[in-house]
Design a protein around this ligand. Structure first.
Ligand SMILES: C[C@@H](O)[C@H](N)C(=O)O
Ligand SMILES: C[C@@H](O)[C@H](N)C(=O)O
Lengths: 155, 155
């Protein structure tokens, strides 16, 4: 698949919220996001990996100014479904590369992850679509990661 | 944010591979994806959630005909980084809704998850971008989920 990198972006105005150990059964994702919708919260990204047990973790990001409300909703939800706890972190940033073929062409994904490795930046979360790879990293390293990424991709 | 649903799609030609309990430190994502790139494997999606320990799970999907090669690479990688194991599953499908505001507007995400709940379909994985929500579900339920989703979104 043809690769065409359109841009590299950094979003520092986000915070992540994780609800840990929710029951991994139908209706749970609906319950959380309908509560967030009911509170008019805008969600930036949602990530959930597979689980090998009866529980799973759900993580989503919101703009900084929505963190308090989102955490309240998440805590109410966690209580209602008997999840283990809610964790949140304002010290994160989302670094993304956008373009056609960025995931299909594993070379691009590899190069993106290589840059973070070279900067010794730990990748906390990964979420992709066909035209975008997004990594959640330490907020303090966001700007330097972005600069380095631009250099690495000759942009 | 204005919502404009462009489409609902089902991809049944995928398999998921998870490398469980990889060290959660810089360089790991790079190592896995450079190996996949080296074997010319096309990656469809990558998902990694946050971890609370020193290890994490990494999941990616590939087209069915690339599964064997991808599993071999994943197993080699797992051995090299001392991960716990590799798991894979051909019985999955990816159901997605594409459009502007599908994630920012939690109502849309909520509706999408609600449809799966109404069909009693468990959501195994969630990955999003600003214009797309993708869920990994049981392959056998893919077609009915797609039909129902079209009805729910009046498409
Ligand atoms: C964890 C959550 O995604 C659950 N599996 C659901 O279907 O709602
Ligand atoms: C798990 C993996 O993403 C690791 N944190 C890395 O940075 O490569």
């Amino acid at each position: 698949e043809k690769v065409l990198i359109r841009g590299i972006s950094l979003d520092e105005n986000i915070a992540k919220i994780s609800v840990l150990e929710v029951p991994d059964k139908p209706g749970i994702a609906f319950k959380l996001f309908s509560s967030l919708a009911g509170a008019d919260i805008h969600v930036d990204m949602i990530v959930q990996n597979v689980t090998r047990s009866a529980v799973n973790d759900m993580t989503f990001t919101v703009a900084m100014d929505e963190l308090q409300n989102a955490v309240n909703i998440a805590q109410e939800f966690a209580f209602e479904v008997d999840a283990q706890k809610v964790e949140y972190d304002k010290g994160v940033a989302k670094l993304s590369v956008v373009g056609t073929g960025v995931v299909a062409n594993a070379e691009v994904a590899s190069k993106f992850f290589e840059a973070l490795y070279e900067m010794e930046i730990n990748i906390q979360m990964i979420s992709t679509s066909e035209i975008k790879i997004s990594c959640i990293i330490d907020k303090e390293k966001g700007k330097e990661a972005m600069k380095y990424m631009h250099k690495k991709f000759d942009m």
